[in-house]
Design a protein around this ligand. Structure first.
Ligand code: GLY
Ligand code: MN
Ligand code: MN
Length: 435
């Protein structure tokens, strides 16, 4: 993987020219008292370094004569490591992670200025850690103060997002391999869960089946808290309590994906746990499926990203009009968003090292254009909570539709020829879901 990380850093360094970029690792988070959460590296930091420890800082200084990639890490400390685990340490980090020089994190204040003083700006994201922000700002202020003596130095701090995140948005072959793996494991978990789910089981038992597969297959764990939402719980978009006992006649909505080497899968399926859709469930399911298929068909290089959502909305509105759940003119319903009580979220998001991955969707009035190497989810849904309030002028919803929530979500890679569905191992046709 080392050439892959070299390449990423080289790409970013080519863009920042005379700037110096500072990336900080994620901190080790405390869960309660002195019990720690599992460590989760910062995605930008990981993308550029592959280094998976807290208390580290990466500096990229493409203009520096000697050192272009500088790492600050926790030094080896056998006593501390007994408690908190293995550290790569200063010596090994240089070899293993390809830095030009590695220092102990304790040397940051002393060593950092030499990498900033000839730069024209600092690329740094102001983070949640105010103390660290202050540290960077203090160095900057010091350089501003002494600028007249040198005539060089950073005159601005810029958020690295607009330079780095377009790179992260286009996945390399190595990244696509990891995403395929995350997708495959997530798909296997969904298939196991569907075979397990029966009336009478608890949602958390289905969750356990899913997460069992994640760990058995080498995933780090969940990409996000698993949503196992039976019956009316499916109308709560981020339902994660997973406590209900499932009843005969319920649909079960499962939105779950694993994180594999920090790359994420994100799949939703909705199916009848007794193996038979009711007429109402089936009618709505067919609309969502058609919306998803047509939306996926829009995933093609050169198409605007917004076309995915627009297509899904059009199919959903036409379907709800056919069922009499909406009434009036299709285009007016869309323009005035009168469908929103039934479909209130967007149809997808970028997927990668973050589940809701980095990268823009819009450039002012213009939608971002799809390009090979991007990965997006496509996840339309229809939700009819018993409390649904249609907008004025629209019909009340007959209670026979109440409590039905449906979403279907796949992970789709944009390819030169069109797209590839990474999660196609999980069935979604009515025929495949009925038994
Ligand atoms: N599971 C989070 C999402 O689908 O966006
Ligand atoms: Mn999801
Ligand atoms: Mn999603």
């Amino acid at each position: 993987m080392q050439p892959e990380f070299d390449r990423r850093r080289a790409q970013l360094m080519a863009k920042i020219g005379k700037g110096t970029a500072i990336f900080r690792s994620a901190p080790q988070a405390v869960m309660h008292n002195d019990v720690e959460y599992n460590f989760r590296q910062d995605s930008d930091f990981f993308y550029l370094t592959g280094f998976n420890e807290p208390e580290a800082v990466a500096v990229l200084a493409p203009h520096h004569e000697e050192h272009r990639f500088i790492l600050f890490v926790q030094p080896k400390d056998p006593d501390r490591e007994t408690w908190t685990g293995y550290r790569v340490g200063v010596e090994a980090a240089k070899e293993q992670f390809g830095a030009d020089v590695v220092y102990s994190i304790a040397e940051l204040d002393e060593k950092l200025p030499q990498y900033l003083e000839k730069s024209d700006r600092i690329y740094y994201r102001l983070g949640r850690d105010r103390t660290f922000n202050d540290k960077v700002l203090k160095h900057w202020q010091q350089l501003i103060r002494t600028y007249p003596k040198r005539g060089t130095g950073p005159v601005a701090i810029e958020d690295p997002a607009t330079t780095l995140h377009p790179l992260r948005l286009i996945k390399s072959d190595a990244e696509i391999e990891l995403m395929r793996k995350a997708a495959t494991i997530s798909a296997e978990a969904h298939n196991r869960a569907r075979e397990f789910a029966r009336p009478g089981c608890f949602e958390y038992q289905v969750q356990a089946e899913i997460e069992h597969v994640f760990r058995m297959r080498g995933a780090i764990g969940v990409a996000y808290p698993s949503i196992v939402a039976s019956g009316g719980n499916a109308c709560v978009l981020h339902y994660t309590e997973n406590t209900r006992q499932m009843q005969d006649g319920d649909l079960l909505l499962i939105d779950a994906g694993c994180s594999y080497n920090y790359y994420n899968g994100d799949i939703t399926r909705t199916f009848p746990i007794n193996g038979q859709f009711s007429p109402e469930q089936k009618a709505l399911y067919e609309i969502v499926l058609e919306a998803q298929l047509q939306a996926i068909a829009q995933v093609h290089p050169g198409n605007p990203y917004s076309q995915i959502h627009e297509t899904a909305v059009r199919v959903i509105v036409e379907g709800l009009l056919d069922l009499g759940l909406l009434q009036g003119d299709r285009d007016e319903i869309i323009k005035e968003e009168k469908y929103k009580p039934f479909y209130m979220h967007k149809t997808g998001h970028w997927l990668g090292l973050d589940v809701h991955d980095v990268g823009v969707y819009q450039h002012g009035e213009t939608s971002h254009t799809l390009e090979p190497g991007q990965v997006t989810t496509v996840e339309p849904g229809i939700y009819i909570a018993p409390t649904i309030k249609p907008v004025e002028g629209q019909p009340e919803v007959d209670p026979r539709w109440h409590g039905i929530g449906i979403r279907i979500e796949d992970d789709v890679l944009v390819t030169a020829a069109g797209h590839e569905i990474l999660t196609s191992d999980v069935p979604k046709s009515v025929a495949e879901l009925e038994r």
